[in-house]
Design a protein around this ligand. Structure first.
Ligand code: IPE
Ligand code: IPE
Ligand code: MG
Length: 271
């Protein structure tokens, strides 16, 4: 079943914390370079930060955390760095899956997994199967993921599912085929490392996500910075194309959906 709701179709709830946080974990290499260490030392240290952030999100009641671990363009890196990253990914899966399960966390991996080889593929399958019944945090690791790959594979699957609908496709026909159709769109996007770009992350799903950029390098990110990002998110006014005045009438939130273009809308529940 798809839990995906498009923010261009319905207004997501604004809770105390965002339901879904998506993070580009950037700056590992520069963190290492500053310390005269090889780049891979930064990736190793970055895994510690991943642990910290998963724990913090679980404690704060975040429902979905999505981490960009390896992009479809990261294969362009020197082969030694790529193979170190693959090894690190495999080791982290091996070491962490049981702990994730004990903490009620569901693990999902999204991306083109065909390039990973049977051993890693089997570890992913086992980790997802073990944690499939968990209902606290859903942790998604985007590995060999690219937003353009995701859009293309969704188009292929949509066309295969309903070839007769060609010429009349709607967002609602397309979105259930995205790799993360099981999750609502991210409410908050965080990128560490100072770059202000999407780097082919969740292109479709970030349409109305709030963005938070920090110059901190990923190994230096922690729960305090996460809280600062969440506080920033909570101060934003999410209008989804409407005017500010439409959001609140007599200070009471109002509700609407895209189908009902004339009504005011609520920031508090799905319309
Ligand atoms: C992010 O850190 C980790 C991956 C992309 C796998 P980088 O390795 O991109 O670090 P910088 O950006 O070179 O500092
Ligand atoms: C984005 O970081 C991908 C991941 C964090 C996995 P990059 O370091 O690859 O992005 P660019 O090359 O600076 O855009
Ligand atoms: Mg980088």
């Amino acid at each position: 079943m798809s839990l995906y709701t498009s923010t261009t179709q319905a207004v997501p709830a604004i809770g105390d914390v965002p339901r879904h946080i998506a993070i580009i974990m950037d700056g590992n290499g520069r963190w290492a370079k500053k310390r005269y260490l090889p780049r891979v030392a930064g990736h190793k240290s970055g895994v510690e930060t991943v642990r910290t952030v998963i724990k913090a999100c679980n404690e704060r009641g975040i429902e979905y955390l999505t981490l960009f671990a390896f992009s479809s363009e990261n294969w362009r890196r020197p082969p030694e760095e790529v193979s170190f990253l693959m090894g690190l990914f495999a080791r982290a899966l091996e070491d962490e899956v049981t702990k994730l399960h004990e903490n009620g966390i569901r693990l999902r991996i999204v991306g083109d997994l065909s390039r990973f080889g049977p051993k890693l593929g089997e570890m992913i399958r086992r980790g997802e199967a073990l944690t499939a019944g968990n209902h606290r945090l859903t942790l998604t690791i985007a590995a060999n993921y690219g937003g353009r790959w995701d859009i293309l594979q969704s188009i292929e699957r949509m066309l295969a599912a309903q070839p007769e609908k060609r010429g009349n496709f709607q967002e609602a026909d397309f979105a259930p085929h995205l790799a993360m159709a099981y999750a609502p769109e991210p409410d908050l996007f965080i990128r560490t490392g100072g770059e202000q770009r999407i780097s082919n992350f969740l292109l479709w799903q970030l349409a109305y996500t709030e963005f938070y950029f920090t110059d901190l390098l990923w190994p230096d990110f922690d729960a305090t910075v996460l809280d600062a990002a969440i506080a920033s998110y909570r101060s934003r006014e999410r209008r989804f194309g409407r005017t500010s005045e439409q959001l609140y009438v007599d200070r009471e939130p109002r509700v609407t959906s895209v189908a009902d273009e004339t009504s005011p809308l609520i920031q508090g529940q799905d319309a």
